[in-house]
Ligand binder design. Sequence first.
Ligand SMILES: [Zn+2]
Length: 105
Amino acid sequence: MAKCPICGHKWTYRQKVLGYALKPRTRTKCPDCKSYIEPSTASIIVDYVAVLSLALLVFIGIPLMQLPMGTSVMLTGALILVYILGVIPLTVRFKQYDYKIKTPG
Ligand SMILES: [Zn+2]
């Protein structure tokens, strides 16, 4: 369950899809307290693994199946939808936005 680290607001599935999965990741805001938050390190790792597996399937797996063009395109679209509507909303966790202030020296 994705929760806001500042106010504890629990993100609904809809909020995760519309407010996170379909938006630029650098500007994630809590829908309740409007604080800037960002995905936790663990969810970024999960995201990389999911994107890599998706890329492998789309660029290697699907061409190897030698499906008709239309079927390949549909399958690719379906995988991307599964990623956006399934993997992201189910795995994302948030932490407070890290402004990455550089310490001198
Ligand atoms: Zn909040």
